[in-house]
Structure formats: structure tokens, C-alpha cells
Design a protein around this ligand. Sequence first.
Ligand SMILES: [Zn+2]
Ligand SMILES: [Zn+2]
Length: 233
Amino acid sequence: MESSPAHHGILCDPGSAAASNRHVSTAQISIFRGTGHPFGFSLLPLPDPGPGEVLVALDLSTICGSDLHTLTGRRHGPVPTILGHEGIGHVIAVGDGREPAWLGRRVSWSLVDSCGTCRPCTEWRLPQKCERLLKYGHAPLTEQGGLLGCYASHLMLRRGTHLVAVPDTLPDAAVAPANCALATMVAVMESLPHGTGRMAVIQGAASWDCTAARCCARPDARRCSWWIANRNG
Ligand SMILES: [Zn+2]
Ligand SMILES: [Zn+2]
């Protein structure tokens, strides 16, 4: 099944991916087998979406710090796997139970798939702590055909994954990390007590930190001091 990397590798080309992926029968995937092992490239037959599922042709995927942690062995997960959870793409197929109006839409999605029925999902309102949680980019390749990471041409979103339509005016590179960096920082900001005259100290200068600075620059944030503690962060 292994093949040469005839097409894009980890990062999809935003100029060609969507157009070239609409009518193909196979998905191109990059395979992570563990720290120190080279990435593999392969083809998988494109599955039909099951109930509630959504098949997305990826336009662009970005590299998150957690992907790098997995790559370097600081974070452990199942292998083989398709890494990558930040992306943007177009819906090319939907399963029963999903609104057909999603077909063709440019979308982003929630970072994790959750069941919507367990205690964390309902009482705690913390779907990211779902008892049946699935994290895109951290799922075994064998599971459900395995199109569950963004370093591929296609991604199969599960029935508990939330979709968000993205307007054409927003560039791919700005939207792709929104489901991770932006979503995380919005959750952090919303957890802070309201008030004026507060100061925010942001340690680091990575994507999350830049996003935090943007959140602090909102009109209702009085002052933000950005402490760059790690210029290489
Ligand atoms: Zn991320
Ligand atoms: Zn749940």
C-alpha cells in the first residue's frame, strides 16, 4: 500500500488541494510511526461517510506545537497515526443525519469529537473531557479507515464534531489554527474575572501567545503587557 510522496506532504497546497480532491477516489496520507522514524506516504480508498459523518477535502493544515511534541517524543500517542488537527477544507460528502446544505461549504471544525451524552458533555459542559473523546491527529490509523488527521488530503469528521462555516474573505492560513490556538485562548479569556484595570502577562511568543495578545487587545481589555519570556517559543 505504501507509495512515494507524489503529491503534497505534510502541508496541503491551498491553491490546488480543494480543486484536485473533489472527485478522486483515494486519499493521500502521511503516516507517523513514532519518534525517529521517517514519515510514510500512502493511499487509502476514500470511504463513504457513515451516519453523522462528514468527509472534508483539506485545503490547508498547519503544524501545532503538540504535533511537534508528538514528533519529538515529548507527547505519546498511538502509532501509526496521521498527525495534524488544525486545518480548513471543503465538505465533499455527508452521512445520514448531517444537513446536506453543508456540501461544498468551506469549513472549520471542533478539535475533538465528543459523544454529547456523557456527564462531562452534559453536566460539566466540557466536551473536551468527554468519556468517549477522540482527538483528531491523535487517533490510530486503523480506526474507521483512519482518516482522522489533517496531514492528509482528506479528513473524516465524526458525528459529534461541530462544523463551522468559514467566509471566503478569511485566508486559509488564518483560519486553520482557529480550532486550536484561538479556541483555547477564547476559553482562557472567558474564564477570567471581568473587571477593569487588569493586566495580562503572556509568557511566550508562539501562536497561542499571539492569539492571547489579540484577545487582550479587545476594547473591553484595559491593558495588556506582553512579556516575551521565550523568543523561540
Ligand atoms: Zn493545535
Ligand atoms: Zn461525551
